[in-house]
Design a protein around this ligand. Structure first.
Ligand SMILES: [Mn+2]
Length: 353
């Protein structure tokens, strides 16, 4: 209920009398409901959860703070009844489709619609104690899965097989699924920052970037390491060291009060000074929680200020087309004075012979 109270304060501050929540992560965040078909409608006085016959019992159990409205067919007609006293209705602009919006305009023709996506985004930025505990566990099992995968990395093994084994390990360790399509990018493919696993076989002399994460109790973890198959040359080690230095620089610098842009610049500066600035083409990191990418980010444009309780990735990389790429990603928890690095996996250049 604490979340509902906070939400109501924000609705009042933005002169919104009712908010319609349609995205699954926000529905879960506010109500605890995990089914696939529901909407929430929340006013200053009532919380409604609208769902169909299939989910009635589940909703009673998972969302006891909500008044259940069974709507098998015309959900919007039900909402228009609930919204009678509201003049302005908040919508999640980022997730509502044009078709849904047109329907809403028809059913709620006298209402003013306001974007309210940012309200939930803001609320979810700072994690509470329970969320931190779940994220820590999600990260712990990801560390363990990395340990377990190292013996499977051998010349001749397909990237897809590694991806499957990672997912299997994570699920054995308690994950309910994967937090995104795993990146297993070997050889020249490691220069693709989002090189999802393919049928390519891992070969001696390859850099192999593994980027994966668990979905655990609805929360996401995210993790990246690049390892080497065989005997790395001086350049492999040089690039690895630069990426690591950039990452450590950011980990030491992060604290509440700095903007995402300022943190990004500190890590980026290390890579620029080493002469590889143009090969680090993405942002330094992103928050995560119920979704793999949340607000705020660490990148060249982010003006949002870090606050205690945020959980964010730090993942610099250097990608040289035709040669390969290296990325190192940890998840950190912003504390009152700095950070706690939640990822425990080793960070030295792992060489597999
Ligand atoms: Mn990431």
């Amino acid at each position: 209920m604490l979340r509902i109270i906070k939400l109501r304060q924000k609705l009042a501050a933005h002169d919104i009398q009712g908010i319609l929540i349609t995205s699954s992560p926000n529905i879960f965040y506010l109500s605890g409901f995990t089914g696939t078909n529901a909407m929430l409608f929340i006013t200053q006085y009532n919380n409604y959860l609208l769902t169909d016959f299939r989910y009635v019992e589940q909703a009673k159990h998972e969302a006891p703070d909500f008044e259940l409205v069974r709507a098998d067919k015309d959900v919007l007609r039900e909402i228009s009844k609930l919204a009678e006293g509201c003049t302005t209705i908040g919508l999640e602009e980022q997730v509502i489709s044009l078709a849904q919006y047109r329907e809403l305009e028809k059913s709620l023709s006298a209402k003013v619609f306001k974007n309210a996506s940012f309200i939930l985004q803001e609320m979810r930025q700072v994690k509470d104690e329970r969320e931190i505990e779940i994220l820590k566990q999600a990260i712990k099992i990801t560390d363990q899965a990395f340990d377990l995968i190292l013996p499977a990395l051998k010349p001749g093994v397909r990237e897809e097989e590694i991806s499957l084994k990672l997912e299997y390990s994570l699920r054995k360790l308690g994950a309910s699924g994967k937090s995104f399509d795993y990146i297993v990018a070997s050889g020249q493919r490691s220069a693709l920052p989002h090189g999802v696993a393919t049928a390519k076989k891992i070969e001696t002399g390859d850099l192999v970037t593994l980027d994966f994460g668990a979905k655990y109790q609805w929360y996401c973890s995210d993790f990246t390491r690049t390892v080497f198959m065989g005997k790395p040359d001086a350049k492999h080690q040089e690039i690895y060291d630069i990426v690591l230095r950039a990452q450590l620089t950011a980990l030491e610098a992060i604290k509440p009060g700095l903007t995402g842009r300022e943190i990004d610049a500190m890590a980026r500066d290390v890579i620029i000074r080493a002469g590889y600035g143009e090969y680090f083409g993405h942002g330094l990191g992103h928050s995560l929680g119920l979704e793999i990418h949340e607000q705020p980010s660490l990148n060249t444009r982010e003006e949002k200020v870090l606050q205690p309780g945020m959980v964010i990735t730090v993942e610099p990389g250097i990608y040289l087309p035709g040669w390969g790429g290296i990325r190192i990603e940890d998840v950190v928890w912003v504390t009152n004075s700095g950070v706690e690095v939640l990822t425990q996996a080793p960070k030295q250049f792992i060489i597999i012979n």
